[in-house]
Design a binder for this molecule. Sequence first.
Ligand code: COA
Length: 210
Amino acid sequence: MRPRNHLVPGAHRSFTRRTLRRPVPQIQEIGVAIAICAQTGERPHRAYTLPRPLPPSKGRTHIHVPLDITPAAPADLSGILALLDASRLPRAGIEDHVASTLVARQDSGVVGTAALELYGGAALLRSVAVATALRGQGLGAALTMAALELARQRSARSVYLLTETAGRFFPRFGFHAISRAEVDVAVRRSTEFTTACPSSALVMRAELAE
Ligand SMILES: CC(C)(COP(=O)(O)OP(=O)(O)OC[C@H]1O[C@@H](n2cnc3c(N)ncnc32)[C@H](O)[C@@H]1OP(=O)(O)O)[C@@H](O)C(=O)NCCC(=O)NCCS
């Protein structure tokens, strides 16, 4: 069988001109930038580009986070404690980890928190809370992702958490339930594990990529 357009003597030359295009791949968002502002204004913005976008849920394709997420300052402690109380989360020991706590502020008040306790290659994510009026707008997710990025920057490879109320909030960030026996020994000795959270709390772990 002759291929199409093969020229036979005496036949009319006929061309079918076609422009072949490769299918253009859908552009996918591969990072979510979150502005981390310095307290003093000396370094107005440090952008953390996070490696994974939030999986869209309920048709939402854009997470609107109008507030900056910043490292907490010592002066934020009272606001952090007030938010933890309002969110019914344990406050014990948080004062020792303000340096690795992230906050969102509105009208100079703390309206969002996520704290890390750092134990070498392991970290405990705790105190993830958003003021009631601001929930459901992506701030809790942004705080969680910023805390995971901070953990990565501080060389943590595994991040643990305990929760009694939000076991279905965290899997979207890579957390899955584990037993207490699987928890890093240093994390298991933390106040959250030993006293602050009841033994019935769900234990979860996320492994961070290098
Ligand atoms: C959990 C919390 C931080 C989420 O903050 P948020 O700003 O409302 O969360 P986002 O807007 O980023 O995400 C909203 C999504 O999370 C889900 N979600 C919120 N709270 C949840 C919870 N307790 N359990 C399961 N899913 C939850 C919402 O249903 C929503 O899901 P959708 O995207 O499928 O619609 C906030 O509800 C809170 O402060 N809760 C009290 C404190 C707490 O339980 N902290 C977690 C343990 S440390």
